[in-house]
Design a binder for this molecule. Structure first.
Ligand code: ADP
Ligand code: MG
Length: 262
């Protein structure tokens, strides 16, 4: 399997007037091309910090982050970053929100415009191209935000709790929906979440982080044995016997705090 991303012994702290907050400590892992990796860990343990480092928005104090074996800082355009809040601009239509990235990159070609229309159509937003974000439901907004990330054709998608602002039922539907879209597009994805069920229903592998400063507690590869014609979908996973086993296993890991903070 090809390695797309290597995280090698990274440590990072925030320095403020109040002092130093160590966020990550000696964290290492790799991500394979095409893999859907979920990262779970307690609230405040350093998950968002990890994504900001991978996206090149922060530079690690120690260690290195390599994309295809080279420093990530020179290849930020290969990474798409989707946040918890969808950050859609209210004064732009959905179509023009999707085109914001290409506009900023000055790559607004007729092909890109067509791709925007095709993606919006494919993901159920064809009728809403000229709507404003406030006219869409939370789930549709999240899909529009995903299309805006996909339009730049990133190789690696970073998703920071993208469903947590949605109510429970919408979250189930939208996370299943977006999980399938990402698989269909053949992207490598790194999903940060504090929702263990969401991670188990979507990922190929789960990294479990410790309490802050985050280090790697364990990684769990997920395998589901579906009978006959049953497809490997998030909903079918939730009903499979393996689901509970993985849940209990990872739950235990998450709640075992051998190293107390600082
Ligand atoms: P998570 O996403 O797992 O909830 P974060 O990565 O956002 O955690 O934060 C990890 C720790 O770093 C928290 O204690 C948080 O308060 C602190 N932190 C995050 N961003 C900053 C910042 N810009 N300045 C200072 N401290 C920060
Ligand atoms: Mg966070």
């Amino acid at each position: 399997m090809d390695t797309i991303l290597s995280i090698n012994h990274i440590s990072h702290s925030y320095h403020t007037l109040k002092g130093e907050t160590p966020a990550l400590r000696d964290l290492s892992f790799t991500v394979h091309t095409g893999e859907f990796l979920a990262v779970v860990g307690p609230s405040g343990c350093g998950k968002s910090t990890l994504l900001s480092l991978i996206a090149g928005l922060l530079t690690p104090e120690e260690g290195e982050i390599l994309l295809h074996g080279k420093p990530v800082n020179d290849q930020k355009e290969k990474i798409g970053y989707m946040l918890q809040r969808d950050e859609l601009l209210e004064w732009r239509s959905i179509y023009r929100n999707v085109l914001l990235g290409p506009e900023i990159q000055k790559s607004l070609t007729p092909e890109i415009k067509q791709r925007a229309r095709d993606l919006l159509e494919a993901y159920g937003l064809g009728q809403f191209q000229s709507s404003r974000p406030s006219e869409l439901s939370g789930g549709m907004r999240q899909r529009a935000a995903l299309v805006r990330t996909l339009i730049l054709n990133p190789e690696l998608l970073l998703l920071d709790e993208p469903f947590s602002a949605l109510d429970y039922q919408t979250r189930l539907n939208v996370s299943d929906d977006i999980g399938q879209i990402i698989r269909r597009e053949g992207k490598t994805a790194l999903l940060v979440t504090h929702d263990l069920s969401e991670a188990i229903s979507l990922a190929d592998r789960i990294l479990v982080l410790s309490i802050r400063p985050a280090s790697l507690k364990t990684t769990v590869s997920l395998h589901f044995d579906f009978p006959g014609q049953t497809e490997d979908t998030p909903l079918n996973r939730r009903n499979a016997p393996e689901f509970k086993t993985y849940f209990n296993l990872i739950w235990k890991e998450l709640n075992q705090h051998e190293n107390q903070p600082d």
